[in-house]
Design a protein around this ligand. Structure first.
Ligand code: RIB
Ligand code: CA
Length: 310
């Protein structure tokens, strides 16, 4: 499978990309970067740092949108990801990798035209780049084989100041609205699915105790996320939103339950801007457009992490 990953790396983003790099049947054709957890210039550095740690090949990396579609609406997520977006990673080395000159949205359109129907698009951050691609080429969604995104809240249980909004959609609600309207089908890994499928803290500690370079990187980049999860959220386990979305993209058979609904995005609500509004009962008369992933095989995903970090 040939994949494009759009990311706001991001502590969990780099884990998801490492899963794809470690997957025998998958080639990452490109990584496009977007502002979200942190500014896109940190995102590109974080992607390079991870690619160097795992010794990845020369994967094209593109710089994308610095800001959401509307001005003045972006706030990062330093509480979880640190100011640098990688848990205040202190072991950065100089990199020989360089960004492609082409802006991410133009690269998305070009690559879809070069390989229509062949590419799987996995997005792990705000949908700004993908929305721009949809506006540059209205046929873009129809040239993408599969679109899987981490984002949204199935039951309005969000993780941002707008309580019903999940971070990736909250960062750029207009982009999410454009994208869900443009793609005939999408597969959504929500915040609720994330909360329902944590690693146990014992599993996290086992992974973080590994001695490989990848395990050391995992340990060195997850400190701020673990502190936030444990001390602020009192989470019962280690949340891995982006890796769950990536697992569904890499191995669709890991999805144990999903349901197909019409989903739209609230862009105006004073309390609810960024909420994904789900037609659970088919009341809208609108055709379903999103496969909402309800259950996923977290045990196998843990085994994928063990192998990836070994
Ligand atoms: O809400 C979780 C999502 O927001 C994840 O993709 C995380 O990396 C952040 O981007
Ligand atoms: Ca992310």
């Amino acid at each position: 499978m040939r994949m494009i990953v759009d990311t706001d790396a991001g502590v969990d983003d780099v884990q998801a990309i490492m899963m794809a790099l470690n997957h025998a049947d998958t080639e990452i054709a490109a990584i496009t970067c977007v502002t979200g957890n942190t500014h896109v210039d940190w995102v590109t550095r974080n992607v390079f740092a991870m690619l160097d740690v795992v010794g990845a090949g020369p994967i094209p990396v593109f710089r994308g949108a610095e800001q959401p579609l509307l001005p003045g609406t972006w706030t990062g997520e330093a509480r979880v990801h640190g100011e640098d977006g990688l848990g205040n990673y202190t072991k950065r080395q100089p990199t020989a990798r360089q960004l492609q000159d082409e802006p991410a949205a133009l690269a998305l359109v070009r690559m879809a035209n070069e390989a229509p129907g062949e590419l799987t698009l996995v997005t792990l951050g705000p949908l700004t780049n993908v929305a721009l691609a949809c506006r540059l080429d209205p046929e873009f969604p129809h040239k993408i084989a599969r679109f899987v995104f981490m984002g949204g809240a199935e039951l309005a249980m969000g993780n941002t100041n707008n309580l019903s909004a999940e971070f990736n959609v909250y960062c750029d609600p207009e982009a999410a609205a454009v994208v869900l309207d443009a793609f005939p089908e999408a597969e959504m890994l929500s915040w609720e699915a994330t909360v329902r499928h944590p690693f146990t803290w014992e599993q996290y500690e086992t992974l973080a105790a590994g001695t490989s370079r990848a395990a050391e990187f995992f340990r060195d980049t997850t400190g701020s996320a673990v502190q936030f999860l444990r001390e602020q959220l009192h989470a019962p386990g280690f949340y891995i939103p982006d890796p769950l979305a990536m697992a569904a993209a890499l191995e669709p058979s890991l999805v144990e339950e999903s349901s197909f609904h019409y989903v739209a995005v609230e862009t105006r609500g004073a309390l609810t801007r960024g909420q994904t509004v789900v037609d659970h009962f088919g009341a809208s008369g609108r055709s379903p457009n999103v496969h909402i992933i309800k259950a996923i095989d977290i045990a196998t995903i843990y085994a994928m992490f063990e192998q990836m970090l070994s």
